[in-house]
Ligand binder design. Structure first.
Ligand code: ADP
Ligand code: MG
Length: 535
């Protein structure tokens, strides 16, 4: 009984009502606008200089690297030009030690080594060809331009982008902390390590994962208009959307194409309402923030994303475990337990360690609707070293986890709903009846059961959206979005590079020139060109 009433009390603390949602949306709209007017605001609203989205006809083979918060993905993407693509990828967990390495070189070396492994494994002909060429050339990077893989680098941390393949790290998030990287160009750091391994790869574009998701959704969704928003709900959370140039009032240094009248803005909404004007805040949220590497920052993200939901749950459960009047994960004798043995929790349980409870178990809890919650109870045993959890324990765990996840989904709807309203598309007669496309990516939204359904419930409750508006919002998983998006932006970058004549065109031209003395000179000139291109 004590556990049941404690559970109900906790569930109530995580309730986020329709009224809260509407208050949240109003404040979100205010902070969007503030970020468009000046810098130094809680939501950074970073201009990306990307002024158009793809339409599905783009073609080519590109490499992409995605440094998320949890995993490193290396992939190659073939864009077929008909809204479809094929993708090959390798995925590896980022070692925790590298996230707080002494020098950023360690992290970028790790990435370059994974690129090398990937090319060897999946594009061996290409790789071998380069080794052969390299040995015949005077310069160690003597690749022909057409043999160089263009790489889109998805780097999901706040960056001040100053060019298509140049951007300075503003701050780390999601538990990363490598001070010497702050203020440095992350593309140059990666290129340096790639060159050290003599790989035929050029970092052609720097891509935020949200922008990549937006691009990917636009590429794959057939229709008149591209997607409005790309959003991530994985380790962290963030969104990038299409804003009217006329609404961007702060100074923009770089050059950009004004013909579309629009630009993609990277909101950095993980830091929405750092000042806590409207965000729901329990004692558990406060504790999590105080014990984080960046207290006071990324306050929205700390209530929404995969990295933090498990930790909130863990902090709540520890508080229950510390309360002796509440029998969580312990019963005095087996007569209380339908599994007929007494519950205990091991001292080494992740429950007692920071970040020791992975949000993935919350999905298991939500999916298990059997009368004895058998799957969840086995998972509590195998993942958290809770020996023979009782049915009551499992019920408490399930209910509290669900409340935390539901609050997260409804907060996510605040961000999505505010951006839909900001776009004006729901009331613009030019878009009447048109769907409003939103691409989402990240393990949380992909795997947590009914995450999107819970978002839709909240979207319907937003003034100015309602049932009819919510029906027009099409939230779809942009599967492999960051890889495809990075490839698309690498394509744009490649087309922007100064157009040179191909070697064959150039060779023909040189041969025809009477001033040219010997073929030997031509060959050395070809080598020279290749060296310049690689440089
Ligand atoms: P990244 O952010 O590195 O791109 P992901 O999108 O895979 O990676 O997100 C990883 C985050 O998602 C981790 O914080 C993890 O705890 C969480 N996560 C993974 N699987 C699940 C799941 N089934 N349910 C809820 N959260 C999950
Ligand atoms: Mg990701």
């Amino acid at each position: 009984m004590a556990l049941t009433s404690a559970t109900q009390r906790l569930v109530a603390q995580f309730e986020y009502t329709d009224e809260n949602v509407n208050i949240g949306v109003k404040e979100f709209l205010r902070q969007i606008d503030e970020g468009l007017h000046k810098s130094g605001t809680s939501m950074s609203q970073i201009p990306t200089y990307v002024t158009a989205v793809p339409n599905g006809t783009e073609k080519g083979l590109y490499l992409a690297v995605d440094l998320g918060g949890t995993n490193l993905r290396v992939c190659s993407v073939r864009l077929n030009g008909d809204n479809t693509f094929s993708l090959t990828y390798n995925k590896s967990p980022i070692p925790k030690l590298l996230m707080v390495a002494k020098s950023s070189q360690e992290l970028f070396k790790f990435i370059a080594e994974h690129i090398a492994v990937f090319i060897k494994e999946h594009h061996y002909d290409h790789y071998e060809h380069h080794i052969r060429r390299r040995e015949t050339m005077s310069s160690p990077e003597g690749f022909r331009d057409e043999h160089i893989f263009r790489l889109g680098f998805t780097f999901s941390f706040p960056v001040q982008q100053v060019g298509i393949n140049k951007g300075f790290l503003i701050r780390w998030t999601k538990g990363f902390d490598i001070p010497d990287a702050i203020g440095k160009d992350v593309c140059a750091l990666l290129q340096e390590e790639i060159d050290r391994l003599h790989l035929p790869v050029k970092v052609a574009a720097l891509v935020n994962d949200t922008v990549g998701t937006l691009m990917a959704r636009s590429y794959t969704s057939p229709g008149k208009t591209g997607a409005l928003l790309g959003a991530i709900f994985g380790t962290g959370t963030n969104g990038a959307y299409i804003e009217k140039l006329s609404n961007i009032k702060k100074d923009m240094e770089g050059e950009y194409d004004t013909s579309t009248g629009e630009m993609v803005i990277n909101t950095e909404w993980g830091s929405f309402d750092n000042q806590l004007n409207v965000l729901p805040t329990t004692t558990y949220d406060i504790k999590l923030d105080q014990e984080s590497v960046n207290p006071g920052i990324q306050m929205f993200e700390k209530r929404v994303s995969g990295m933090f939901l498990g930790e909130i749950l863990r902090i709540v459960l520890v508080s229950l475990l510390q309360d002796e009047s509440i029998p969580l994960f312990h019963d005095d004798n087996s007569s209380h337990n339908d599994w007929k043995s007494t519950t205990s929790i091991a001292a080494q349980s992740g429950m007692f360690k920071k970040w020791g409870l992975d949000s993935a178990i919350m999905s298991v809890a939500a999916l298990d609707n059997t009368p004895d919650l058998g799957t969840l109870r086995l998972e509590l045993d195998s993942q958290l070293d809770v020996y023979s959890p009782s049915l009551e324990d499992a019920h408490a765990f399930k209910a509290i986890a669900a409340a935390i996840a539901r609050r997260a989904a409804r907060l996510s709807a605040v961000a999505v709903g505010a951006i839909v309203l900001q776009s004006g598309k729901l009331t613009d007669p030019a878009f009447a009846g048109e769907p409003i496309d939103v691409g989402v990516d990240g393990s949380l939204v992909e795997h947590y059961p009914h995450f999107r359904t819970m978002m839709y419930e909240a979207l319907k409750a937003i003034d100015g959206i309602g049932e009819a508006g919510a029906e027009r919002i099409r939230i779809g998983i942009a599967k492999d979005g960051s890889g495809v998006g990075a490839a698309l932006i690498a394509l744009v970058a490649a087309s922007m590079e100064k157009k040179r004549p191909t070697t064959i065109e150039w060779l023909a031209q040189m041969r025809s020139e009477a001033s040219l003395k010997t073929l030997k000179e031509v060959d050395s000139a070809v080598e020279q060109e290749a060296e310049e291109t690689a440089a």
